[in-house]
Each structure stands twice: as structure tokens, then as C-alpha cells.
Design a protein around this ligand. Structure first.
Ligand SMILES: C[S@@+](CC[C@H](N)C(=O)[O-])C[C@H]1O[C@@H](n2cnc3c(N)ncnc32)[C@H](O)[C@@H]1O
Length: 296
């Protein structure tokens, strides 16, 4: 295995915490939605390859699309025992060919005998979403938006998701460090050095797409997050939660996990998940635990 394999999360407990939160909430959501609807969708917008390594233990930790599939199998069986029919269909989008090929293989290992609908879309998030929204029509859907940085994610596409008809919940990884780094490029858009200027113009255009305009340009880090929530993420939602995931070894936040729901029960369940218990037995045990609630 190469040394800095991004799929090895042995020393990335922040990723394990994110997956833990996601697994717990998706299960709770599917149980509730499955009481009212025969079909719902989990849309994994930046799906990844499906499995992570834990050091030398290759492919030993499930990633988000496989957690989605495991949840769909578990809840289908649970509902069947109660005489109910419920299907959680999975749609996984990723622009990387190799990741999609790996994911397809991991899915094949789980699917036989389980009759879960899984659709893999090898494409960019922005290009895939309009068709995905047509495909799922008005059915309830849970969207996980988990990019590496800010490229390839725009306010326009998030608006499409937020404005769709049908119950829609979103769990989004706000890449704080990426956004901060890029926002500092603003001062370089008139730089004398062409290389620096070109890079800055490119970065600024990503930020403009993400925020929908240039109103982000004069904001500090805290203001940027609030602005993102107000301007991009919270429209149409009654409840927004923000969880600051800290660095294990220094002060500050690596990334923010944002969650949007219109249900008081959804907010309550996620609040129960976002507690200090998440840090137990991890490097974060002594880190400050910070969750912000409902920005509205
Ligand atoms: C952080 S990883 C996803 C991890 C995954 N959600 C998990 O928890 O297991 C981000 C993924 O997004 C993919 N990606 C990067 N740019 C993309 C884009 N514009 N559209 C769709 N996928 C993209 C990468 O190939 C990578 O697999």
C-alpha cells in the first residue's frame, strides 16, 4: 500500500467519527420513513470506493455507499418481520472510474439474495444531479454530500436538491480548511505574477459557484460558515445543526458536519448522536466538543 493512501483511515479518527454519525442517523431515518412510505432513496453524492483500509487490514471499514447498502438490507429485513414492505434504494455518484469499479465489486459481494436496488453513476455531482432528481421523483430522500474540497459543488445544484418536492434531508461535509484556503486567494486576483493570478481567478470562480455570488469575499472563517449556512444551505429548512470536528492534536476545526431537516424528530435524533460520546476511546477524548444548533 502507498504511504499516503487516502483510503487508509487508521490514523484518521475524524473520518471514522463521520462514518459513525452517518450510519447511526441513516438507520434511524430509514426506520421512521419506512413506517410511512414503501420506498425512499439514499443519494451518496461523492460516494468514494465503498471500503477503507485500517492499516494493513485492507478493505476492512465500510465507506458511505456500503453503509447505505448495509442499512437498506437491515431495515428491509426488519420491516419484513413486521409484515411491511420497505425499500431503501441507493444511488451512488462518483466521478472516479477506479473508485466506481471497486464499489461495484464490493456491492456484488453484498447484493445476492437481498434485492436492493443500487444505481452507480460514474459522473460529476453537478452533471448527475438533474437526472437523479428526475429518477427519484417525489420520494423521500437523504443526500450525503461529502466532497474533498469545494471544486465541483455549486449553490445552483444544492438549490435544486433543496427545492425538490418530497421530504429531503441533507448531511454535508463543509470542508472548512479548503474554503478558508481558497478564500485567501481573493487578494491575488490582480497579482502581477500571471501564474499566481490565474490560480487565484480559478479558485475565486469555485467560491463564486459555491456561494452563488461574491458576497463571501470579505468574510472571516466564522462568518464564512454562517454565510454558507444562511445563503446556501438553510433555505426551506426548519432545523440546521452544525458539528465542529476538531483536530486531535491542536486547536481548531478540521471540518464542519452540517445537517438539515424539517422534522423536529430528525433534529432530536441527530442531537442525540452529536454528543461527547462520539469521542469516547478516540484521540478526541480531551478535545472541546462543540455543536451549534439551528442557525435560523
Ligand atoms: C471524501 S471522498 C468520499 C468518501 C465517502 N463519502 C465515504 O464516506 O466513504 C470524495 C469522493 O468524491 C469523488 N469526487 C471528486 N470530485 C467529484 C465530483 N465533482 N463529482 C463526483 N465525485 C467526485 C472522489 O473520487 C472521491 O471518491
Amino acid at each position: 500500500m502507498v504511504k499516503d493512501d487516502i483510503w487508509d483511515i487508521k490514523d484518521k479518527q475524524q473520518t471514522q467519527i463521520k462514518l459513525d454519525i452517518f450510519r447511526k442517523y441513516l438507520k434511524a431515518w430509514a426506520i421512521i420513513i419506512g413506517s410511512y412510505f414503501p420506498r425512499a432513496y439514499f443519494i451518496d453524492c461523492f460516494a468514494g470506493r465503498g471500503k477503507y483500509h485500517n492499516g494493513t487490514k485492507q478493505d476492512s471499514i465500510s465507506g458511505s455507499p456500503i453503509i447505505g447498502l448495509e442499512t437498506a438490507i437491515e431495515i428491509k429485513k426488519m420491516k419484513q418481520k413486521k409484515g411491511k414492505n420497505f425499500n431503501l434504494d441507493i444511488i451512488a455518484i462518483d466521478s472516479n472510474k477506479e473508485n466506481m469499479a471497486d464499489l461495484e465489486n464490493f456491492i456484488k459481494e453484498l447484493i445476492p439474495g437481498n434485492e436492493i436496488e443500487v444505481k452507480l453513476i460514474e459522473n460529476e455531482f453537478e452533471k448527475a444531479i438533474p437526472n437523479v432528481l428526475k429518477m427519484i421523483s417525489n420520494a423521500p430522500a437523504f443526500f450525503f454530500i461529502d466532497p474533498y474540497g469545494i471544486r465541483g459543488i455549486s449553490k445552483e445544484t444544492i438549490d435544486m436538491i433543496i427545492n425538490r418536492k418530497g421530504s429531503t434531508e441533507i448531511f454535508l461535509n463543509y470542508m472548512k480548511m479548503g474554503i478558508q484556503r481558497v478564500s485567501r486567494q481573493y487578494k491575488n486576483i490582480g497579482h502581477r505574477d500571471e501564474k499566481i493570478r490565474t490560480m487565484a481567478i480559478k479558485m475565486v470562480s469555485h467560491m463564486n459557484k459555491l456561494f452563488g455570488d461574491t458576497s463571501w469575499a470579505d468574510k472571516n472563517d466564522k462568518e464564512l460558515l454562517e454565510h454558507f449556512i444562511q445563503q446556501v444551505f438553510s433555505k426551506n429548512y426548519k432545523f440546521i445543526l452544525n458539528f465542529n470536528v476538531p483536530y486531535p492534536d491542536r486547536s481548531g476545526t478540521i471540518y464542519n458536519l452540517l445537517f438539515a431537516t424539517n422534522y423536529a424528530s430528525g433534529e432530536r435524533i441527530m442531537k442525540d448522536i452529536f454528543t461527547k460520546k462520539l469521542f469516547k476511546g478516540t484521540l478526541f477524548e480531551d478535545c472541546p466538543f462543540e455543536v451549534g444548533f439551528s442557525v435560523k
